[in-house]
Design a protein around this ligand. Structure first.
Ligand SMILES: Cc1ncc(COP(=O)(O)O)c(C=O)c1O
Length: 366
């Protein structure tokens, strides 16, 4: 018997997430020195984590023969203290991606529907399909979640609705007022997955905690992969009512958050100065890119996150040409095939990438 006959047929239809090529492969494929590669592809923090987080990670390595603290209580208490949450409201994840998957495990059955934006984070769609549910993608004509359109798309079959704000890959945020109004209008049979992966880049991030405490069905998700600079350690968390958190704990693996990540995340949360510096540097880098786009005559989507969507035309071709020059960006395909998404880098990385983009655009025009 072949694996193909044995496999759950849904697996054969399941699309895979394409993370793009790692730096090492681009360097060896193109014969470029590793140090010469600038990766602005995955919305990582170009300044890296707080030195205190690195120190805590190194210290935690001394004890890696032991399993992590299974309930993650130290990190949960730290998060609770910083965010004004209770530990019982928190679930740690192997990245916030895992929280999205846990929502699928806990709430999706074949035939259910998952409402999300048409230009939003691909994992919502992947998780819906994984559990046999149908993704219902609502158009985003101005690159922002159309919250009224999402409400209209909800049916009796809808179990989950996902909104990222700021959204990836467009970078556009919905206002706090609109998000709160949306959450209040959701019917009782729908759980709102509110993805706050980039919320630390906002000056005034929305706060849905009062709605959670009022009993609304909301699970917010945060990550240490973006502004905290710990993407490689895979750590994030979800928070909602103690009742929903307990359900998500049932469907997670034991020890899903590793000990090094937990220690680093605790220390990262303590370094508020690093966070502020990174947020301000990102704002300056964003201005660098906005000015460059205007100078190059390239339209862009004004972003409130740490990346920018630029209309270059022929996104895949420009992506490849930039990669030949040692700059890794992200092409998106589909209805965004004319766009390139670029993570805001350090000032030096931005200058280099802007110069290379200018060269590539000139060559493309000839
Ligand atoms: C909107 C959004 N949510 C979640 C994630 C996943 O982050 P994590 O590294 O915590 O799994 C990403 C990563 O790119 C993202 O863009």
């Amino acid at each position: 018997m072949q694996y193909e006959e044995l496999v759950n047929p849904r697996v054969l239809d399941q699309p895979t997430y394409n993370p793009g090529k790692p730096i090492e492969q681009v360097a060896s494929d193109r014969g470029i020195d590793l140090q010469g590669i600038v990766k602005l592809a995955s919305n990582e923090n170009p300044f890296g984590p707080s030195p205190k987080a690195l120190e805590a990670a190194v210290e935690a390595l001394q004890a890696i023969r032991l399993y992590p603290e299974g309930s993650g209580i130290r990190l949960k208490e730290k998060i609770a203290g910083v965010r004004g949450l209770d530990s019982e409201e928190i679930v740690l994840g192997n990245g916030s991606n895992e929280i999205i998957e846990l929502l699928g495990h806990a709430f999706l059955r074949p035939g259910d529907e998952v409402v999300c934006g048409s230009l939003s984070f691909i994992v919502y769609r992947l998780v819906a399909l994984l559990f046999g549910a149908s993704p219902v993608e609502v158009a985003m004509p101005d690159y922002r979640h159309d919250l009224d359109g999402m409400l209209e798309a909800i049916t009796e079959k809808t179990r989950l609705v996902f909104v990222a704000s700021p959204n990836n890959p467009t970078g556009v945020a919905n206002s706090s007022e609109d998000l709160i109004r949306f959450a209040k209008r959701l019917p009782q049979h729908v759980i709102f997955g509110f993805d706050e992966a980039y919320s630390e880049y906002l000056d005034n991030p929305p706060d849905l905690l009062p709605l959670i405490r009022e009993g609304r069905k909301i699970v917010c998700m945060r990550t240490f992969s973006k502004i905290y600079g710990l993407a490689g350690l895979r750590i994030g968390y979800g928070y909602g009512s103690p009742e929903v958190a307990a359900l998500l704990h049932r469907v997670r693996q034991p020890f899903n958050a590793n000990s090094v990540a937990q220690a680093a995340a605790c220390a990262a949360l303590e370094d508020r100065d690093h966070l502020t510096r990174c947020r301000l540097a990102n704002q300056e880098g964003m201005r660098q890119w906005e000015v460059a786009c205007s100078n190059l005559g390239l339209p862009y989507v004004p972003s409130q996150a740490n990346f920018i969507l630029i209309k270059t035309g022929n996104g895949e071709g420009i992506f490849e040409a930039l990669q030949d020059e040692g700059i890794i960006a992200r092409s998106l395909g589909g209805s965004l095939e004319d766009y390139l998404r670029i993570t805001i880098g350090t000032p030096e990385q931005n200058s280099l990438a802007i110069a290379k983009l200018a060269e590539v655009m000139k060559a493309e025009a000839n």
